[in-house]
Ligand binder design. Structure first.
Ligand code: AMP
Ligand code: GLY
Length: 432
């Protein structure tokens, strides 16, 4: 089967790497792809990286027909929220990822909160506000700190947690003043939940649901979880803090009722449900849903995936998960360390030279490209905030981490920086 993979980051490099391992993968195409994905495709022998205008659904459809694409795998959220999945499915092309209406689980925080309220899914108490006046009035009912979220997609930046009433009022004014563009035309005000965060992944075709592992991300730029939020500076999987018992509760109390509520509302959800959970004394609560795999969480999941990724995503896209083998994840630990360009998450330094990736991989690590480019002279350089995902597995998290950091030390990236403490919460627990 010919496959088209949409996206350009480390998540997509990991997906490409795993898709290409399937005996069912004939040609592998990626749009736009990156130099790491191009290497995977070159080694695979059939396919290429192409630059499709993803907002031009008709053009993507023409490409799929011309190349006889049997499955489209969409990595990032924006094309899903934009309805690319619907357009391609209407043209008879199988797509892994939800349609526009179901992708509101990520695209509209208010939509998700209302769905949770209807289905009795545990989550923080909330109010939706469509104007600054409504939001200011609603704030009176919340204690501090309070959580204020722009309703729409804001590249992971639309959540503010003010500590004072003045800051909260200013945040509301900023959001309705356009600080997050259209995403802030409506806001959700939420009760602040205190606990440890963990991510749970599930694959569903709208009726059958299969668990797809847990992970813990490191969102803050600085060691010890300090400094501004990023897209994620590193992750590990599994996350033992989500015990089998807590995972079973999250599947039964959060994931399953979501899939059921979406089906009942005639918005069947198909694709991956990536649940951000807060572990509270009384059990897991939903913080947010994403309608795609996490980046860099996907990288550690792909390292642990032992079964065929094409079989899984194709069965999901065709609504045939019930008859498919459940995915098998190794019991090993996987960890990924993000090497970012200096300046990230502000303005990252562009063009920094990257060397010695082969030496790092010779140590047993896998280096996924997240934001790289080839210079005119063919050298590998940084292009973007998060640049490389240095990923390794081990019998224990400690072993995986040692391998990953050994590989990091081998890589020459003078314009880069990285956190040295990925996995710290779990390792601290283990040494208690
Ligand atoms: P989100 O984009 O919804 O994942 O929010 C980004 C981050 O804000 C989350 O990873 C949490 O750390 C934090 N956050 C969001 N909602 C809450 C909440 N209700 N209580 C505490 N922290 C939250
Ligand atoms: N690493 C967080 C995310 O992908 O949303």
């Amino acid at each position: 089967m010919n496959i088209l993979l949409i996206g350009a980051g480390g998540r997509e490099h990991a997906l490409a790497w795993k898709l290409a391992q399937s005996p069912r993968c004939t040609a592998l195409w990626a749009s736009p792809g990156n130099p790491g994905i191009a290497e995977v495709i070159a080694a695979h022998g059939q396919g290429d990286c192409v630059s499709l205008v993803l907002t031009d659904h008709a053009a993507v459809e023409v490409f799929c027909k011309a190349q006889d694409i049997g499955l489209v795998v969409v990595g990032p959220e924006a094309p899903l929220v934009d309805g690319l999945g619907d357009s391609l499915r209407a043209a008879g092309i199988a797509v892994f990822g939800p349609g526009k209406v179901a992708a509101q689980l990520e695209g509209s925080k208010g939509f998700t909160k209302d769905m949770c309220a209807r289905a009795g899914i545990p989550t923080a108490g909330y109010v939706r506000a469509k104007s600054a006046a409504e939001a200011h009035a609603a704030l009176a009912d919340f204690s501090l700190p309070v959580v204020i979220k722009a309703d729409g997609l804001a590249a992971g930046k639309g959540v503010v947690i003010p500590q004072t009433a003045e800051e909260a009022a200013a945040t509301v004014d900023d959001m309705f003043g356009g600080a997050f563009g259209g995403a802030g035309a409506e806001v959700v005000i939420e009760e602040f939940l205190e606990g440890e965060e963990v991510s749970l992944f599930a694959i569903t075709d709208g009726s059958t649901i299969v668990a797809f592992g847990s992970a813990q991300d490191h969102k803050r730029v600085g060691e010890g979880d300090t400094g501004p939020n990023t897209g994620g500076m590193g992750a590990y999987s599994p996350a033992p803090v989500l015990t089998p018992e807590l995972e079973a509760r999250a599947m039964a109390e959060i994931i399953a009722p979501t899939v059921k509520a979406m089906a009942e509302a005639r918005m069947p959800y198909s694709g991956v449900l990536f649940a951000g959970l807060m572990l509270m004394q009384e059990g897991p609560k939903l913080i947010e849903y994403n309608c795609r795999l996490g980046d860099p969480e996907c990288q550690v999941l792909m390292m642990r995936l032992e079964s065929d990724l094409v079989d899984l995503l194709d069965a999901c896209a065709r609504g045939e998960l019930a008859g498919a083998a459940a995915p098998s994840l190794s019991s090993e630990s996987a960890i990924t360390v993000v090497m970012a360009a200096k300046g990230y998450p502000g303005t990252p330094a562009s063009g920094g030279l990257i060397e010695n990736l082969a030496a790092a991989e010779a140590q047993g690590a896998k280096v996924f490209h997240a934001g790289t480019a080839l210079s005119g002279e063919g050298a590998l350089v940084a292009k973007g905030g998060r640049v490389l995902n240095v990923t390794a597995t081990g019998q224990t998290l400690r072993e995986a981490r040692e391998r990953a950091y050994t590989a990091v030390a081998d890589i020459r990236f003078d314009d880069g920086f990285w956190r040295r403490d990925i996995g710290w919460r779990e390792l601290a627990r283990q040494s208690d």
